[in-house]
Design a protein around this ligand. Structure first.
Ligand code: AMP
Ligand code: GLY
Length: 439
């Protein structure tokens, strides 16, 4: 079975490894020369993942049957629609269905129209004057986001990134003046709680859950600093999280189920992995965002412990045939991303990075290359996250120790890691915090 993969990050390398284990013939499109993907691919092409025509040409040339698409950018411009037109079946949403991620107003309006639980108070604006008038009527704290895609970096939270009305208005004007603000901005009520990721596999109608994962979006240790694409993540052996009760997980799943049903009602059925970012608050789980793909790094946690055959899963999602519950090993995982210095603000790319893969694997960890380039046998950092390392163990503690042992085999002068991810201190703080919030 010939399968096209699109994307050159850690998430896509993890998907490629899972497909390779399934015996798929892999053909890959990516921007950067990811050595992990290249070594598994029968053929590959380095092109921008938004270049739909080049990708379709590559798919025709290699007579591709199915496609897995990692990032959101190609979904936004209709890569799935184009591939399906030439007979390639996709385990990913069409341009219309991908709006669940690519338009924050589409998502909030859909959830509101179908009376689905977990929505936030929100308002959408396309000009500064109305935004300012609205802001002056508010008593609660807010969050400001561009309506369109932001790569996880366009969200500013009052009390953290925005500390005065002037700062908020400066950001509002920045969004409305910039290209990211083409679709306007959304103001949401700020909610307090603990975040978790619930991802599900969807075939248009049916869904099957993945283990809960918690990502860490803040750039610096202690969960402070600017938002990033995600610095690392963990999942627990029971597929819950130490601070998320089963009931909250069930509520989050129910919300995703209702979103899948609502999308059917709207005539734009959703297929592919779907990502729900939730905040557990005293009033239950609230929707922070819905993404039209696997999370990155979250995909690395879950694909490392996936028991099902991933190729079959891709075929089932693409073909509307997902009937049975997908199985995962009862193991904990801790993923930490090695990133270039300055990632989150002004990254400093182009530095050599040295990896002892054997050492990593002997430590009980998996290694996924991300935004790096292999040039003449040497590995260089890009502007985004470089390498994901996933420790696997019976407990989060064991998985974390294995992850750290493996990280010692990756060296470079210009790299950083958030070592606190998955450590007992950080997790205990979250357990104490959620106890307070829920009591
Ligand atoms: P997003 O890219 O929408 O996931 O937002 C990035 C981060 O901003 C989230 O992981 C949250 O920590 C924070 N955030 C986003 N929306 C809200 C909200 N309505 N209330 C509180 N925090 C939020
Ligand atoms: N880990 C966050 C995301 O993939 O959007």
């Amino acid at each position: 079975m010939r399968i096209l993969t699109v994307g050159g990050g850690g998430r896509e390398h993890a998907a490629v490894e899972a497909l390779y284990r399934s015996g798929a013939e892999i053909y890959s499109i990516m921007k950067n020369a990811n050595p992990g993907i290249i070594r598994r691919a029968k053929a590959y092409k380095l092109v921008n993942e938004r270049h739909v025509d080049d990708i379709c040409e590559f798919a025709i040339e290699h007579d591709i049957h199915y496609a897995f698409i990692g990032p959101e950018a190609p979904l936004e411009i209709g890569l799935v629609d184009a591939l399906e037109n030439i007979g390639v079946k996709c385990a990913a949403p069409t341009k219309e269905a991908a709006q669940i991620e690519t338009s924050k107003s589409f998502m909030r309006e859909l959830v509101s129209k179908y009376n689905i639980e977990g929505n936030l108070e929100y308002a959408v604006f396309d000009n500064a004057e109305d935004t300012e008038k609205y802001l002056k009527t508010l008593t609660k704290e807010i969050v400001v986001k561009p309506v369109g895609l932001t790569g996880g970096k366009g969200v500013k939270v009052q009390g953290e990134h925005l500390n005065s009305h002037e700062e908020t208005m400066t950001y509002v004007l920045e969004i409305l003046d910039g290209t990211s603000g083409l679709d306007g901005l959304i103001i949401e009520e700020k909610v307090i709680g603990e975040e978790f990721t619930q991802m599900v596999f969807v075939d248009g109608k049916h869904l099957s859950p993945m283990p809960l994962v918690q990502d860490h979006k803040r750039a610096y240790e202690g969960d402070v600093g600017p938002n990033t694409g995600g610095m690392g993540s963990y999942s627990d052996a029971d597929h819950l999280l130490p601070f998320i009760p089963r009931e909250a997980r069930d509520q989050a799943l129910e919300i995703l189920r209702k979103i899948v049903d609502a999308m059917n009602e709207e005539g734009c059925p959703y297929k592919g992995p779907m990502y729900g970012q939730f905040m557990l608050t005293k009033d239950g789980p609230k929707i922070i965002e819905i993404n039209a793909r696997f999370g990155d790094p979250e995909a690395m946690n879950i694909l490392t412990i996936l028991e099902n055959d991933f190729l079959t899963l891709i075929k089932d999602m693409a073909g509307g045939k997902l009937r049975e519950e997908v199985k995962f090993k009862n193991m904990a995982t801790v993923c930490k991303y090695v990133v270039p210095k300055g990632y989150g603000t002004v990254p400093d790319p182009g530095h050599e990075i040295f990896v002892n893969e054997e050492g990593v694997h002997e430590s009980g960890a998996a290694l996924y290359y991300a935004n790096v380039d292999m040039i003449d046998g040497k590995l260089f950092t890009g502007t985004s996250r470089s390498i994901g390392v996933v420790g696997v163990g019976e407990t989060i503690e064991e998985a974390e120790q294995r992850c750290e042992a493996a990280l010692a085999f990756i060296e470079g002068d210009a790299i950083c890691v958030r070592h606190d991810i998955g450590k007992r201190d950080l997790i205990q703080r979250k357990i104490d915090r959620i106890k307070n919030i829920l009591s």
